[in-house]
Design a protein around this ligand. Structure first.
Ligand SMILES: [Zn+2]
Length: 302
C-alpha cells in the first residue's frame, strides 16, 4: 500500500511511551509498572477520543515485551510484542449485553493464551452488576490469571468496590498548545507546510482528541500530491466545509463595543448548533490568543 493511502491517525499512532503527547502523568505511572515488572490492574478514565485504547495497547505490549527500553517502552520487534494473544480487547456494551456472556467470552479467548494476557474492557461503565462482582473475585484471586485494563468516560458509574481494586489513571485530552505541537511534529514528519493559523484552527476544531487532530489534518491535505504543500487557514476552512464567520465577528464586535447582552442576542440568532458555536469561539480565541494583546486588535486583524 502507498504510504499516502495510510490514514495519518493509523500511521502516527504512538508505539512508544515517549511518543504520547500530553500524557506525561499517565505515562509515568504505567511505564513505572512496566519497569518494576508489576502487572497492575488499571482503570483508564477520561474523555472520548483522549487515547485510552492507544495507551492500553502500549501498556499491554510493554508488559509482555522481552526487551523493553529503559523508559519502559516496548521494543515492538520481539514476538511477545506482536502476539495478539497477549492483548484481548472487549467492548462492554456490545459483548456484555446479557449478564455472564462477557465473562464467558473472556474465558473462551483466554484458552488460547500461553502467557498471562492483558484483558482490555472498553466502556467499562456499562458492566452488569453481576459481571462487576465476578470481576472483583478475579482481581482478588492469587495468582490472578490476567491483567485487567478497564477504560471509561464515566468512572463514577463503576462500583466503588471495583474501582478500589484498580489503579486509577486519568487520560487527558491534549491542551490547545500540545495539540498544535503534535500537529507540527506530524506535519514536519510528512513534509507538510501548514502556516501557524492553519495549525491552530485544526487544533481548536479537534478539541484535543489526537485521532480527530490527525483525521482533520488528513482531510485538509492532499498527501498524494507530494510533500511541501503549503496550507493556509483559508484552505482549512474550505476543506472542512466551515461556514462563514460573519456571526462570530459580529458576536465579538458586540462583546467589545456593546456589552454582554448584545453579544448574547447575536449568539441566539446565530443559526448553528450550540456545539458548533462553541467550537468557533474556541477556534477564534486560540487563533489569536498569542498574537494579539487586546480584543479590539483581534477584530481588526480577523
Ligand atoms: Zn518486544
Amino acid at each position: 500500500m502507498n504510504s499516502a493511502d495510510i490514514p495519518l491517525a493509523h500511521k502516527h499512532r504512538p508505539t512508544r511511551f515517549d511518543r504520547l503527547s500530553g500524557q506525561d502523568r499517565a505515562v509515568a505511572i504505567l511505564a513505572g509498572f512496566v519497569r518494576a515488572r508489576a502487572p497492575i490492574h488499571v482503570l483508564l478514565y477520561g474523555a472520548y477520543g483522549a487515547g485510552k485504547s492507544t495507551l492500553a495497547g502500549l501498556y499491554a505490549r510493554a508488559l509482555h515485551c522481552k526487551r523493553p527500553d529503559v523508559d519502559g517502552s516496548p521494543c515492538n520487534s520481539c514476538s511477545h510484542c506482536s502476539d495478539p494473544r497477549n492483548f484481548l480487547e472487549f467492548d462492554v456494551p456490545k459483548e456484555g449485553d446479557s449478564p455472564g456472556y462477557l465473562l464467558e467470552l473472556i474465558n473462551l479467548r483466554m484458552q488460547n493464551c500461553t502467557d498471562r494476557p492483558v484483558i482490555f474492557l472498553d466502556e467499562a461503565h456499562a458492566l452488569h452488576e453481576s459481571d462487576a462482582d465476578a470481576l472483583l473475585k478475579r482481581f482478588e484471586a492469587v495468582p490472578c490469571s490476567a491483567t485487567y485494563i478497564l477504560a471509561t468516560t464515566a468512572p463514577w458509574e463503576i462500583s466503588s468496590a471495583l474501582r478500589s481494586r484498580l489503579h486509577r489513571v486519568e487520560v487527558q485530552v491534549l491542551s490547545p498548545w500540545d495539540s498544535v505541537r503534535f500537529l507540527e511534529e506530524v506535519a514536519e514528519a510528512e513534509g507538510l507546510d501548514l502556516d501557524e493559523r492553519a495549525l491552530r484552527l485544526i487544533a481548536a476544531l479537534s478539541k484535543g482528541h489526537p485521532r480527530d487532530l490527525l483525521t482533520n489534518l488528513d482531510t485538509v491535505v492532499d498527501r498524494r500530491s507530494g510533500s511541501h504543500q503549503q496550507i493556509t487557514d483559508a484552505q482549512v476552512r474550505a476543506r472542512l466545509g466551515l461556514a462563514s464567520d460573519d456571526f462570530l465577528l459580529s458576536y465579538f464586535r458586540a462583546l467589545v463595543n456593546e456589552g454582554a447582552d448584545a453579544a448574547t442576542a447575536i449568539l441566539h440568532d446565530w443559526p448553528a448548533s450550540w456545539s458548533s458555536k462553541s467550537r468557533w469561539v474556541q477556534a477564534f480565541l486560540l487563533l489569536w490568543s498569542k498574537r494579539c494583546a487586546t480584543s479590539t486588535h483581534m477584530l481588526i486583524h480577523w
